[in-house]
Design a protein around this ligand. Structure first.
Ligand code: SF4
Length: 222
């Protein structure tokens, strides 16, 4: 199977089986999404979702977060990984949005990554989810799943993965393809012991085909 055929297969599969894939982070506006994505670095969406309702009640918008004391923000997010850094980043991000962007979250990756706590992955998530821009956010799940299936080849960094995926995924599907790969990595193609037996991508998966071949060779050697 060529790489193009693998892409065609998985796109068709997910269009049929998960046509409405979306982020599992809970949010009701771009401000809440940005805060939630910053908090989700190295942390599960589930834990972030347990934390944000109270945080958003106390700091409902960008101006209130920009005026916040970092130590007070810390109280609300202390069960999240790296709470000190994240509290500092959240307040710094809000202050910069207020001072440099008139209180409006910028919608380009280049501007977003100037905000404290916002890297390329977060900027790609925000611009693709809020604005349906064809930007592919690569997290640990996307990185692993794309490599296993064979959608990427020798991609050593998230940026290399991003660029390879963008070459093959039609522009209008990039924003949803990100969610397809994340959710697949979270629930099926998990890091240890991927659940190949229940996976619908087997016919197009390089890892699975390799695994089958190795098993057959081992069986024949018996
Ligand atoms: S067949 Fe296995 S390795 Fe391949 S995508 Fe599915 S779960 Fe992952």
């Amino acid at each position: 199977m060529t790489r193009k055929e693998r892409f065609d297969f998985i796109i068709k599969y997910f269009q049929e089986h998960n046509p409405n894939a979306e982020t599992e982070l809970l949010y009701s506006n771009p401000y809440e999404l940005l805060v939630a994505v910053i908090l989700s670095a190295q942390c599960t969406d589930k834990r972030v979702n347990m934390t944000t309702p109270e945080l958003f009640r106390r700091f409902p918008d960008m101006p209130s977060l920009a005026r916040a004391d970092k130590d007070e923000v810390l109280v609300y997010i202390k069960s999240i990984s790296y709470p000190n850094n994240k509290a500092k980043h959240l307040v710094g991000m809000a202050q910069k949005v207020m001072s440099d962007f008139g209180g409006n979250i910028p919608m380009t990756v280049a501007e977003l990554i100037t905000l404290p706590g916002v890297g390329r992955k977060t900027a790609n998530v925000i611009t693709s989810v809020v604005d349906a821009q064809p930007n592919m956010a690569v997290d640990t799940h996307v990185f692993r799943v794309a490599a296993r299936i064979g959608l990427t080849v020798n991609a050593k960094t998230p940026l290399a993965t991003e660029l390879q995926l963008l070459k093959f995924i039609p522009k209008d599907l990039v924003y949803i393809a990100h969610h397809w790969l994340i959710l697949h990595g979270r629930y099926v193609c998990v890091a240890r012991n991927p659940k190949c037996d229940i996976c619908g991508l087997k016919p197009a998966c390089k890892y699975y085909q390799q695994h089958l071949k190795n098993t057959t060779i081992a069986d024949n050697a018996l």
